[in-house]
Design a protein around this ligand. Structure first.
Ligand code: ATP
Ligand code: MG
Length: 289
């Protein structure tokens, strides 16, 4: 798989029309991709173990998407092999009154992964240039000083986010970002399934259907966000999302490559530690039965 096919090249101007949500790469069916996905999930578990032991970098994985694009399912499946002790998921909904009393990065800041940990953001501060841009009344309700809400705000937010991610990178957090790209037709099918299947009723809020009226506005906001905030150190991937099995295959592939680029081996203890281990071994072996 060429994961570069889904990478947003830094500095490029993204048109989502050029990314096909129904793309399924070199695989004809779910069954054909199953082996690669299984292997990658196993590999992820191995790499996570080393990552945790090394306790040096953190990995932040950001998911953004329209409703029903499959964020939750992708997180559940791709992360299924991971050790829960080294992994945490944070979901970001409409901000609370307390959160609105702070700058927009505050609530995400406190949820960032510790060293050795993999942190998953199910939505993120990127909502601040997506839903907030599509619905200006949300910005009106934010308690920013009036003069700071003026025209340049979106450009400013892209810059702030890029600076923030640069800062995190410089301090040992590796960031990788996935936009799950579902088509409007496929979203409709999934919404209908959520209505027709009682076990899925809980997943659909009527507001999600109303939000479809803003589809084009969301597309434009996503395009600009992807164009402005995909960087060498924290790239965006536009992942085809009309076939859930392919979405998961791409995500697992990218994550394996990302983790591999950080650590290859378990940390080697220094000489004093190795000597102490030998001493401990002698003590254990010398114990009376
Ligand atoms: P599900 O798949 O279960 O629907 P979800 O991620 O869509 O998961 P919801 O409970 O529907 O979860 O709520 C998320 C909502 O919160 C989204 O509509 C999102 O746009 C909104 N939201 C997230 N961050 C912000 C923000 N900073 N400002 C305003 N709205 C936000
Ligand atoms: Mg929702």
């Amino acid at each position: 798989m060429k994961h570069s096919d889904y990478l947003v090249k830094p500095g490029s101007k993204v048109s989502l029309k050029k990314f096909n949500p129904d793309d399924h790469g070199e695989f004809e069916s779910k069954e054909e991709a199953a082996e690669k996905l299984k292997k990658d999930i196993e590999k992820l578990a191995e790499l996570q173990d080393i990552f945790y032991a090394a306790d040096t970098y953190s990995l932040l994985i950001i998911f953004q998407a329209m409703d029903a694009a499959g964020k939750d399912g992708a997180i559940k499946h791709v992360m299924s092999g991971l050790n829960p002790q080294g992994c945490q998921v944070a979901s970001f909904k409409s901000p609370s009154v307390r959160e609105l009393d702070h700058d927009y990065l505050w609530r995400t800041n406190v949820m960032l992964p510790e060293r050795g940990q993999i942190g998953i953001f199910n939505r993120s501060y990127y909502e601040e240039v997506l839903v907030v841009r599509v619905h200006p009344q949300i910005l009106d309700a934010q308690k920013l000083p009036e003069k700071l809400k003026k025209d340049g705000i979106w450009k400013r937010r892209y810059r702030e986010i890029n600076n923030f991610e640069q800062y995190l990178t410089d301090n040992g957090t590796k960031i990788v970002k996935f936009f799950l790209h579902v088509s409007k037709d496929e979203q409709k099918k999934r919404f209908l399934e959520r209505i027709n299947n009682p076990a899925k009723n809980w997943k659909l809020s009527p507001a999600d259907v109303k939000e479809r009226a803003f589809w084009d506005d969301y597309e434009r906001s996503y395009e600009e966000m992807l164009s402005q905030t995909s960087t060498e150190q924290s790239p965006w991937y536009v992942v085809p999302a009309d076939r859930k099995w392919f979405t998961r295959t791409v995500i697992a592939d990218v994550l394996v490559k990302t983790l591999k680029s950080l650590h290859f081996e378990y940390p080697v203890p220094d000489k004093a530690h190795l000597d102490a281990l030998q001493e401990a071994k002698a003590t254990l072996e010398g114990e009376k039965k």
